[in-house]
Design a protein. Structure first.
Length: 102
């Protein structure tokens, strides 16, 4: 997640459920939307920390699991370049994911 003030990368503080900018000290409550990959130099491993993206578009699509009328959606090219893209939905309520092929 980028800091709204100085536009630098913010670090997660999961224990306090917030994002902190190491440059200017700005803090944001988690849930404002981000996806971060955090690496640990000693262990040489990656940890993916996800926060529901607030910037994804919302469509009026009914969730097949809970029948919620809204879902986030993204377009992905899952097949060849000469084939149409796939629309992937995620329910705003329960998080269930499903696809729609064009």
């Amino acid at each position: 997640m980028l800091c709204p003030k100085c536009k630098r990368l913010m670090r997660p503080q999961a224990s306090q459920h917030r994002w902190v900018c190491t440059a200017c000290g700005t803090t944001l409550k988690m849930g404002t939307g981000a996806a971060v990959v955090q690496s640990t130099p000693k262990e040489k491993s990656l940890t993916v920390i996800e926060d529901r993206p607030a910037t994804l578009p919302i469509a009026r699509e009914e969730c097949p699991a809970c029948h919620n009328p809204e879902a986030f959606w993204v377009l992905r090219q899952t097949r060849g370049a000469d084939e149409p893209e796939t629309r992937i939905f995620e329910c705003t309520k329960c998080g269930h994911k499903w696809r729609e092929y064009q």
